[in-house]
Design a protein around this ligand. Structure first.
Ligand code: PRX
Length: 656
C-alpha cells in the first residue's frame, strides 16, 4: 500500500470543504440528530426505518445475531418485495406516477411506465413464470440489456419468491454458464439483443452457448424481442416474451414471504478464480436499500427525478435502481445505451429532457467526460440537478471538483458512497444536508453503521493513520452467506479477526477522523468501478493452449482507475506465439470472461518473479506495469528474473 499512502498524503493537503446548500439542509430527510439516535440504540433506529415498508406479519426480533456470522433481520416477519416496490404505490393512489422514463439508445425510442403499468406488467410476467413451472424457491437467471423488462423480470421473480441471479450482459457465455450452474437456474430470461454504440448487440447466442455447456439444466429461455435481429430458436426450450407474457392476466395475488427468504444471488469476483454468489434476502435488504436511498439521496418522491446510470447487472442497479428507489416510489430515468451514442452529450441531453434532479454515476465515467471537454455538458441545461452521487471507487479530487462545477453548477452536494455487493446498501457516505464534503473522502459511516479502520491487531487506528476497513456490527442489507458455501463465507469475510467483517479495502482516517478509501488490499482489481479477480483472469489466460503460466496485476490507469496487465509465459511448443499472440490472448480473455476483463497490456516474458516458496511477487510486476523502478528483489528465488522481464518490456506489450 506504499504508493497508495503517497497518494493519500497528497490528498490530505486538500483544504476545500463544501457545506450543504442552505435550502437542502433546511429540508433534508435526515439531519444531524440521526447519528446520535442511531448510536444510542442501533436496532431501534433500524426498526424505525423498517416502518417505512408494508409488512404482513410483524417481526419478533429486529436482529437475531445468536449464530454469527449468520444474521437474521426482522425474524418472523413476512413481506413481499414486489408489492412494496409496486402495488403499494398504486394502492395509495399514485398509479399514474411515472416509475420509469425509459430511454432507448436509438433516438426517439422512449417509453414511460407508470406504477400502474409496472404493476400490470409485473403481474403478467409473474403469471408467465408460473406457466413455465417456476415455483417459490426456484432460481431464475436474467441476462438482459437495460430495458424495462429487466426490472419487470426481477420484480416478477421477487413476487413469486424465486431468487433471481442477474448476469451482466457484457459477460461471456462461459461466465453465464458457470453462474447458471452454480445456482442451478432452471429458467433464463434474456432478449435477442440490445442497442450499444449505435448498433444491435446480440445476447441470445451467448445464452444458447451457455445452455449447451450446462447440459439439460435450463428448461426454458424466455426471450424479449428488443432489436428484432435474427436468433437461433429451439422450439422445445425457447419462448418469446411477447407471446407468453402479453396474454397473461394483469392480476396476481402476491404471497408474503418470510423476511429471510432469498431475494437474489449476485456473483462477484473474489481472490480465487471461482466467483462468489452473494446471497441477499428480503426484509432486511429492502429496509437497508430503501432507507439509505431516501437518506443519502434526500429523495423527495413527489418532485425528484432520479437517475442512476449503473447497469442493472451490477449491485448498484439492484439496490439503487430497482429495489431502493421503487420501494420509495421514485420517478427514475433508465437509459439503455452508451454515453457517446449518437453524440457525447447524450447523458446531459437526457438530464435536460427529463429534468433529472438527482444523478448517480461512477468516477470512471466522470473522468471520461472530463477528457471529452467542458464544452459538451455546457451545451445543455442541467439546472434541474440538485444532488450528485458517486460510487465504485474513490473519486479523485479533480474529478470531484469537475463534477460539482460542470454538472452540479457549483451548487449540488456530492455524495461519495462507499459500499459493496456484499453490503447491499451504502455504508459510508456524506449526508447531503449535514456533511461538509471533502473532495476525495467518503467521510463517515452512515447512522446505524459501525465501520472502523483497524491495524493488524484489530485495534482502531488513531486519526491520521491507515489500516483495514472493517464493519463491527451487522446491518440490515448485509449478505447472509455465499450461495451454497457457508464455509467460504466465514473464511472470506469473518476469519481475519474475531467478530469483525473484513471488507478487503485499505483505508485511512484523516486528522478529523474522516475516512479515505485506499483500494483493495487483496488480489482483487477495480477496473472502471467493477471488481475483477487477478486469479480469474490468470485462469482464463492459462486455459489458452499456448500459455504455460500467467500473472495478472492491476496497474494504475488514468481513465479506468486500474487496468488489467498480464504477464505470460508461453509453452515451449508455441514458440514465440506468432505475430498476433498479444491480440489473441486479449481476445481470449474477453471471450472467456467478458470484454471488461480484456487486459490493457499483455507481456510475453521468459520467467515470472517468484519467492522461494513459489508465490508470484505481483508487487514487482506492478512496478513494471506502472513503469516504476523495480522494488526490493531480495526475497526472489532468482533475482535475475526481473532483469529478464525488464529486457522484454515494450517488446510484446500492447496498449490500445
Ligand atoms: O474497493 C471498494 C470499491 O468497490 C468495491 C466493491 O465493489 P463492488 O462489490 O463491485 O460494488 C461496487 C458498487 C457498490 C469496494 O470494496 N468501492 C466502491 N465504492 C467506493 C469504492 N472505493 C472507494 N470509494 C467508493 N465510494
Amino acid at each position: 500500500m506504499s504508493d497508495q499512502s503517497e497518494t493519500l498524503s497528497n490528498l490530505l493537503h486538500e483544504e476545500r470543504r463544501f457545506p450543504p446548500p442552505a435550502d437542502l439542509a433546511a429540508d433534508a430527510n435526515v439531519t444531524e440528530e440521526a447519528y446520535a439516535r442511531a448510536s444510542a440504540d442501533r436496532l431501534a433506529f433500524w426498526e424505525q426505518a423498517a416502518e417505512r415498508l408494508d409488512w404482513g406479519q410483524r417481526w419478533d426480533q429486529v436482529l437475531d445475531w445468536s449464530n454469527p456470522p449468520f444474521a437474521k433481520w426482522f425474524t418472523g416477519a413476512t413481506i413481499n418485495a414486489s408489492v412494496n416496490c409496486v402495488d403499494r404505490h398504486v394502492a395509495a393512489g399514485r398509479g399514474d406516477k411515472v416509475a420509469f422514463h425509459w430511454v432507448g439508445e436509438p433516438e426517439g425510442d422512449t417509453r414511460d411506465l407508470t406504477y400502474a403499468d409496472l404493476q400490470a406488467e409485473v403481474c403478467k410476467a409473474t403469471n408467465a413464470l408460473i406457466e413455465l413451472g417456476v415455483q417459490k424457491g426456484d432460481r431464475v437467471a436474467i441476462y438482459m440489456p437495460m430495458i424495462p423488462e429487466t426490472a419487470i423480470a426481477m420484480l416478477a421473480c421477487a413476487r413469486l419468491g424465486a431468487p433471481h441471479t442477474v448476469v451482466f450482459g457484457g459477460f461471456s457465455a462461459d461466465a453465464l454458464a458457470s453462474r447458471v450452474e452454480d445456482c442451478d437456474a432452471k429458467v433464463v430470461i434474456t432478449s435477442d439483443g440490445g442497442y450499444r454504440r449505435g448498433a444491435p448487440s446480440a445476447l441470445k447466442p451467448a445464452v444458447d452457448e451457455a445452455c449447451e455447456k450446462t447440459g439439460d439444466l435450463v428448461r426454458n429461455v424466455l426471450v424479449v424481442r428488443r432489436t428484432g435481429q435474427d436468433v437461433a430458436w429451439d422450439d422445445s426450450r425457447d419462448v418469446w416474451w411477447h407471446e407468453l407474457v402479453d396474454r397473461q392476466s394483469p392480476e396476481h395475488e402476491a404471497e408474503l414471504h418470510d423476511s429471510e427468504h432469498p431475494l437474489y444471488v449476485m456473483y462477484t469476483s473474489g481472490t480465487t478464480g471461482k466467483p462468489k454468489g452473494i446471497l441477499h434476502t428480503t426484509g432486511g435488504y429492502l429496509v437497508g436499500t430503501s432507507f439509505t436511498h431516501w437518506e443519502v439521496f434526500d429523495l423527495k418522491p413527489e418532485t425528484d427525478v432520479y437517475w442512476c446510470t449503473a447497469d442493472v447487472g451490477w449491485v448498484t442497479g439492484h439496490s439503487y435502481m430497482v429495489y431502493g428507489p421503487l420501494a420509495n416510489g421514485a420517478t427514475q430515468v433508465m437509459y439503455e445505451g452508451t454515453p457517446d451514442s449518437p453524440h457525447k452529450g447524450r447523458w446531459w441531453e437526457i438530464i435536460q429532457q427529463y429534468g433529472v434532479t438527482i444523478f448517480y454515476t461512477a468516477p470512471t465515467a466522470i473522468r471520461t467526460f472530463m477528457k471529452w471537454g467542458d464544452d459538451i455538458p455546457a451545451q445543455f441545461d442541467l439546472s434541474s440537478i440538485r444532488l450528485l452521487g458517486s460510487v465504485g471507487e474513490s473519486i479523485n479530487p479533480e474529478a470531484y471538483v469537475w463534477y460539482r462545477q460542470h454538472i452540479g453548477a457549483d451548487q449540488a452536494p456530492i455524495v461519495d458512497t462507499w459500499w459493496q455487493t456484499e453490503t447491499g446498501q451504502i455504508m459510508i457516505s456524506p449526508l447531503p444536508g449535514v456533511t461538509h464534503g471533502k473532495p476525495g473522502s467518503a467521510m463517515t459511516p452512515l447512522p446505524g453503521i459501525a465501520a472502523e479502520v483497524v491495524d493488524d491487531n484489530a485495534q482502531p487506528v488513531p486519526n491520521g493513520s491507515g489500516g483495514y476497513l472493517v464493519l463491527k456490527e451487522p446491518w440490515p442489507a448485509m449478505l447472509r452467506t455465499l450461495w451454497g458455501d457457508d464455509q467460504r463465507f466465514k473464511d472470506t469475510y469473518w476469519s481475519r479477526w474475531e467478530g469483525l467483517y473484513f471488507a478487503g479495502d485499505g483505508a485511512k482516517k484523516d486528522e478529523d477522523g474522516d475516512i479515505w478509501l485506499l483500494g483493495r488490499v487483496d488480489d482483487v482489481m477495480n477496473v472502471s468501478g467493477h471488481r475483477l479477480s487477478t486469479t480469474e483472469i490468470e485462469s482464463a489466460l492459462v486455459s489458452h493452449p499456448k500459455v504455460a503460466e500467467a500473472a495478472v496485476v492491476g496497474a494504475a490507469d488514468e481513465m479506468t482507475g486500474q487496468a488489467v496487465c498480464a504477464f505470460v509465459i508461453l509453452r515451449e511448443a508455441a514458440g514465440d506465439g506468432g505475430d498476433d499472440i498479444v491480440q489473441e490472448l486479449r481476445n481470449h480473455v474477453a471471450h472467456e470472461i467478458g470484454p471488461i476483463a480484456k487486459p490493457r497490456q499483455v507481456m510475453v516474458v521468459p520467467e515470472l518473479p517468484k519467492t522461494r516458496s513459489g508465490k508470484i511477487m505481483r508487487r514487482l510486476l506492478k512496478d513494471i506495469a506502472e513503469h516504476r523502478e523495480v522494488g526490493d528483489v531480495t526475497t526472489l528465488a532468482d533475482s535475475t528474473v526481473m532483469d529478464l522481464i525488464k529486457s522484454k518490456e515494450g517488446g510484446s506489450s500492447s496498449d490500445e
